[in-house]
Design a protein around this ligand. Sequence first.
Ligand code: GDP
Length: 590
Amino acid sequence: MSSNGNKIELPGSIVVRDLAQIIEKSPIDLIKKLMSNGVMATINQSVDFDTAAIVVAEYGFEAIPEVIVEEVIETGEVPLWRQVIADENESDLKTRPPVVTILGHVDHGKTSLLDAIRETDVATGEAGGITQHIGAYQVEMKGRLITFLDTPGHAAFTQMRARGAQGADIVILVVAADDGVMPQTKEAIAHAKAARVPIIVALNKIDKANANPELVKKQLAEQELVPDEWEGDTMVVPVSAKNKQGIDDLLEGILLVADNTDIRANPQGEVIGTVIEAELDKSKGVMATLLIQSGTLEIGNVVVAGTAHGKLRALTDYKGNPIKKAGPSMPVAVMGLNEVPSAGDVFRVVESEKEARVIVSERADEAKAQSQTKRKTTLEDLFENVQLGETKELNLIVKADVQGSLEPIVSELNKLGQGEITIKIIYTETGNISDNDIMLASASNAILIGFNVQADVSARRLAEKEGVDIRLYEIIYRMTEDIEKALKGMLDPVVKEKILGRAQVLAVFSASKFGRVAGCKVTDGELRRNAKAKLYRGTDLVYEGDMGSLRHEKEDVKEIRQGFECGVGFKSFKDIQVGDQLICYVLEES
Ligand code: GDP
């Protein structure tokens, strides 16, 4: 990363703090700018090149992509799944479909080409052309399958590489015939070479009047990709993603390269692969796309991916068809993990849920040990931090119901910050506590003070994840008292809500004893009968109190886990509605 006049070189993705440093602006200012562009990122999170370019343009800089060829080529580690395959018996290895990823400079047609390939596939056409976007898909050519990674190309490939789990067997390098080799083309070449993955060039946009294929071939040769028609060993296939020209040639080219590459795995062997993408679906829970690289994944398998684990309840192929098992090179959408894994995480199948929990708890301990070095501020440990000399400044973000309350609060708070520690109010606003506030608090290591306001569900979740302390008050002196005590190290331990699980209300039934019962599905964690409950309708809290009854298939149960359906009734609340979200929690002293 470097700055030269108004032009700055930026990598494919950059951490917000580093970006702020390059343009010499405060990170908070930058985070606000990102927010005004609809991007939520904390100081430690990365933004991609395109986002960074838009934001720095607002500060008067022109971003150009950085090329870090040497850095990329240095690391030559073998991905874990390749090691697993290498350890198998030679006689057990069977040819598997090649896994292909498409890289190239922005706007050279990666997305268009992926769409064109998907659309020309006969097998997909038979299903009415409606396919699910799960981050990967397969096409058939001459009775053979090819797997395409359909993730936003570059970023995903880099991420997967960085985790030593790079998944592709072949890289298609898209180069626009009217634009030629560009910085990200060079970066892509470097990545593919570092991963020792063969490259096929798709010379795209040959339909354009100003296309100059010969010039591009010359540029490619300069990058040591000498076209085969020039006696080199790089296949260069002219295509037009727009007119769907040359697509079959490209697919045939892939098969040809695959035949010359060792693309095998043991379908009966150890199951290993990579998480392609994952998300939390409101009704289905955690959905993840896994690419199987060796072995065969089956319903009922217990999977560990990063710190996520679970017994697989359902597998679906990229067309959305339910399947029972999936072999090597097959992408598959799965349900059953307890949390959202990260793209690029390696997944493996283990013997039992017990073993999975052991592995995950070891990994969680490691992660915790790492995060403890970057401890966040809470009001409880403020005094301790002051004593240790770690804190000299207390950053606060204040949210209040009306403008009229903000002023007295700010003036009261400002009075407190005298002595060893200064109080800095970095942001004030009216309205409920939102995700944006949490992001800002996390970025600036601030405590969030809410006066007569609520924190909505997603903000609470985010606060938990980011370790942001939210303090809600209804009376000004309670708030000032708390902060004064905290400054003196006299704050009583507070009782905190520990969330056990969440469920979605899918139906509402009438029952004699409880009047109305919510038919729920547990989306994460678990529900416990003797715990507390909150019911949210959108962002509104509609009920807070005890869980009344908890039933699974007409049986009273003490607890119910993620993925299961259950009936929940509240003694003193009947107005349950479909779509409500239930949070089950216990109170704990911190
Ligand atoms: P990406 O950034 O590499 O994913 O590029 P896109 O697939 O989004 O394509 C960038 C632009 O180039 C879009 O406006 C496409 O319509 C256009 N484009 C892509 N392929 C072709 C092609 O073969 N011919 C022509 N004329 N335009 C194309």
